[in-house]
Design a protein around this ligand. Structure first.
Ligand code: B12
Ligand code: SF4
Length: 473
């Protein structure tokens, strides 16, 4: 079967493009079973909001005459996917349209409100996708395929039971890099030239109330071996001349022994690479920081979430402010740059607790910050809470484009108003910037010449970095 896998465009523009290794992995997988995948990465090719045109996208998708079109779905992109799918069906009513990814895994019942969607696959999708393509090709009944969601005869959505997870994640093929527009993957702030994403594990052992990781991976962590990971890096360095990487793992530092092994192998194999990863404060130790830095880590991303211990406890993060302070001190001592990410608008967040978050951000003095607005993504604890409180009872799925964590308060679960949450978000960036200017004397120098430029660059960095980067470990 010919299947075209789609990464829809970002609804906020950040200047960076993240390689969709999820669909590149699926492409590599289905290819092993004789199917013919291709990938269209609209995130990489559409660079302005005004360029988003669902009809044009559908025309490009259908130009390949696929049997199946599969959209990777994160929540804010859902409405655009529906518009595009409608046009695909208009061009060829027989094309099969399927959805997969975190959004559909969280609320499969909610994705069939439009007739242009034929099937959804929930959770880990490699084997269910092959089963679906095989069944469609052989014109067999698809209704017993595990992980499949579909519209039953009476219009009712049926979600089949899930199959067990793939046991050995080393058995997965490397992503189909040959199907990606590799020259497009640029991140002018982080990296020097083209870079690639890599996943060294699936799942996260923790269970934070705002996080959507467990929606797909159910808190089960499966790790690739150090050898397997370094082999993927080696192939990218040697065959594609890519030396810069973003490790997409939820929490890269979960198992220290494996991290040490990967670091050692990178050095032993003389891989000249630079990379950045998501960390957890309570996993950071001095020896680990040194090993990471020596093997090429240029930035660690730390999810701090709140500066108020009561709120922090409520998120289920399982960390204390003291542990976070300690991790930041270690990274500062070892001169490892790091980003701290915070959430404003947690359930129960008050003016005081939000101010405590802003103050904690200033105290931690990370190299960069990110202040997100709390958003109840389908399948998360926050989503269940919002439902329980009756805040999303009659949610219109075509309004999911508000679920960006920036510039919108999709559902307010805090004790302060929507307007105030957005004001606090701005205030947080402003106060952090002001402090940085005081700390870095050359940046606080009266405007003019080089110094002014640096300040502008700093601001730009934030805009790039903090409006679309990824994870929140
Ligand atoms: C890279 C990344 C991005 C990239 C690109 C996303 C992309 N194209 O996939 C960028 C930087 C753009 C991004 C942005 C955002 N992201 Co993001 N991101 C990630 C990250 C770190 C890795 C994704 C990945 O490759 N995972 C590994 C692969 C193997 O897993 P997977 O994507 O789930 O894919 C599997 C299945 O879901 C399925 N599948 C996926 N696609 C498809 C398609 C088809 C057709 C089928 C059948 C199956 C299928 O098959 C795969 C293999 O089994 C995840 C964290 C995570 N752990 O996944 C967050 C994550 C996906 N992001 C998330 C969020 C919240 C965001 C933002 C909404 C908010 C923000 N500011 O961070 C923005 C929104 C941007 C926008 N406005 O559109 C949430 C998802 C919440 C949701 N319901 O949408 C996640 C899960 C983080 C989290 N822990 O909560 N993100
Ligand atoms: S926020 Fe981080 S630590 Fe918490 S569940 Fe998500 S990935 Fe795991």
């Amino acid at each position: 079967m010919r299947i075209t896998l789609i990464n829809p465009p970002n609804v906020e523009f950040t200047g960076t493009f993240r390689p969709p290794i999820n669909i590149a992995g699926l492409a590599a997988y289905v290819r092993q079973f004789g199917h013919t995948p291709n990938i269209i990465d609209f995130e990489a090719t559409i660079s302005k909001h005004s360029e988003i045109d669902a009809e044009k996208m559908a025309t490009e998708i259908m130009a390949n005459n696929p049997h199946v079109v599969g959209f990777s779905t994160i929540t804010p992109r859902y409405p655009l996917i529906i518009h595009t799918a409608r046009f695909c069906k208009k061009i060829n009513k027989d094309v099969i349209v399927i959805l997969g990814g975190t959004h559909v895994s969280g609320e499969p019942n909610n994705v069939f409100h439009d007739l242009s969607i034929d099937y959804a696959i929930v959770g880990e999708s490699e084997d269910p996708l092959v089963d679906l393509l095989n069944a469609l090709e052989q014109k067999k009944d698809v209704r017993n395929i595990e992980n499949l969601a579909y519209r039953g005869d009476d219009g009712q959505v049926i979600v089949n039971p899930k199959r067990t997870f793939i046991k050995d994640v080393n058995s997965l093929p490397f992503p189909a890099w040959d199907l990606l527009p590799l020259e497009k993957y640029r991140d002018p702030v982080m990296f020097h030239k083209n870079y690639m994403g890599i996943n060294t594990a699936r799942g996260c052992a923790w269970d934070c109330n705002f996080c959507a990781s467990n929606v797909v991976w159910e808190r089960k962590v499966r790790m690739r071996s150090a050898e397997n990971v370094v082999e993927e890096l080696r192939q990218l360095v040697e065959n594609y001349n890519i030396n810069e990487f973003f490790f997409y793992d939820d929490t890269y530092t979960t198992h220290k022994a494996r991290v040490f092994e990967i670091c050692e192998l990178i050095i032993k194999n003389k891989l000249d690479i630079r990379y950045f990863v998501n960390l957890r404060a309570d996993t950071m130790t001095e020896d680990l920081t040194i090993a990471l830095k020596e093997s090429g880590l240029i930035l660690g991303y730390l999810g701090v979430e709140s500066g108020d211990q009561r709120i922090l406890d409520q998120t289920g993060k399982g960390e204390s402010k003291e542990e976070i302070r300690k991790a930041c001190a270690i990274m500062r001592k070892q001169k490892l740059p790091f980003t701290c990410s915070f959430i404003i608008g947690h359930p129960g967040d008050t003016h005081e607790s939000i101010q405590a978050t802003i103050d904690f951000a200033k105290e931690l003095d990370s190299d960069q910050v990110k202040f997100l607005i709390a958003t109840p993504f389908p399948g998360t604890e926050l989503y269940r809470l919002a439902k329980k409180l009756g805040k999303i009872e009659d949610i219109d799925p075509m309004k999911f484009d508000d679920y960006t964590c920036y510039q919108h308060v999709a559902v307010n679960l805090s004790e302060v108003s929507d307007e105030d949450l957005l004001l606090y978000q701005r205030k947080a960036y402003e106060e952090y910037d002001l402090q940085k200017r005081r700390i870095i004397p050359e940046l606080s120098h009266p405007a003019g010449g080089k110094n002014k430029k640096e300040i502008e660059h700093k601001k730009d960095s934030r805009a790039y970095h903090f409006t679309g980067a990824t994870n929140d470990s």
